[in-house]
Ligand binder design. Structure first.
Ligand SMILES: NC(=O)c1ccc[n+]([C@@H]2O[C@H](COP(=O)([O-])OP(=O)(O)OC[C@H]3O[C@@H](n4cnc5c(N)ncnc54)[C@H](OP(=O)(O)O)[C@@H]3O)[C@@H](O)[C@H]2O)c1
Length: 252
């Protein structure tokens, strides 16, 4: 399929995992992709993978917790490829494990700042461009942990991702009349770095997940990316403010 020919797509957190898989999937369908994150080398590797496959991409270093850097990121995306039609706000971190009373202030602040404020700042600057340029589409990456499912010892992350789900719906209501369609994808444990426990191998993770969800396996990164591409595509034209769960049945 070539659903995104002529479109400029911005993906944050695209130097690894789900962000990289999403950037590759958009490029494979004809989009020009701007990949963003804090680490130049991993972004350059994503660009290399896209170009090797015959696609078009550019890397822009930006920290989503810094408003000025995000404003510059949007400006650069428009300058590189002429416009910004689709944005995937995927950058996120997982910190602050343990029971609520034992979470330290630094971890709490970092998780909320990156996962919630980072998504808000990204949308703020993306919408500032889109609203004056014919509209656009935004897909935020939340999680099944949050609005859909809770587990022990992950309250900061769970709180942040519930907020991403709520922020997505609130933003959809605020901006659909300007032609900006906003939705979220909520992955469960996926074949991407964040689902690995400290020191765990991929084989050990696969074994652990077998008994942890009804499907008995991780969601593939390309399966999560496919959900993002659907929401960004014209086929989802009347899908507004939804939160598509891709979690192997964990929250069914
Ligand atoms: N993997 C899963 O099982 C799973 C499940 C549910 C939801 N999710 C969500 O999916 C998203 C991607 O997860 P993943 O597994 O692919 O994790 P990952 O490989 O750690 O990717 C996260 C990306 O975000 C970037 N990032 C972190 N902080 C940033 C900041 N302040 N500014 C800009 N970029 C930043 C990181 O790059 P730099 O460090 O270089 O900036 C990294 O490339 C996250 O939002 C995560 O919460 C993942």
């Amino acid at each position: 399929m070539n659903r995104f020919i002529g479109k400029t797509v911005l993906v944050t957190g695209a130097g690894s995992g789900l962000g990289r898989a999403t950037a590759l999937a958009f490029a494979a369908e004809g989009a020009s992709v701007v990949v963003a994150g804090r680490t130049r080398a991993s972004l350059d590797e994503t660009v290399r993978l896209i170009e090797t496959a015959g696609g078009t991409a550019a890397a822009v270093v930006a920290d989503v917790t810094d408003s000025e850097q995000v404003r510059h990121l949007v400006q650069e995306s428009v300058a590189r490829f002429g416009g910004l039609h689709i944005a995937v706000n995927n950058a996120g971190i997982l910190r602050g494990s343990g029971p609520v009373a034992d979470v330290c202030e630094e971890d709490w602040d970092a998780v909320l700042r990156t996962n919630v404020t980072g998504v808000w700042l990204a949308m703020k600057h993306e919408i500032a461009h889109m609203r004056g340029n014919g509209g656009g589409v935004i897909v935020n990456i939340a999680s099944n942990l949050g609005a859909h499912l809770r587990i022990p010892d992950a309250a900061a992350y769970i709180t942040s991702k519930a907020a991403v789900s709520a922020l997505t719906r609130a933003t959809a209501l605020d901006h659909i009349h300007e032609g900006i369609r906003v939705n979220a994808v909520s992955p469960g444990a996926s074949d991407a770095p964040m689902s690995l426990r400290p020191g765990e191998t991929e084989a050990e993770r696969a074994e652990r997940v077998k008994s942890q969800n009804p499907l008995g396996r991780l969601a593939g990164a390309e399966e999560v990316a496919a959900a993002v591409l659907y929401l960004a595509s014209p086929e989802a034209g009347s899908v507004v403010g939804t939160d598509l769960v891709v979690d192997s049945g964990s929250s069914a």
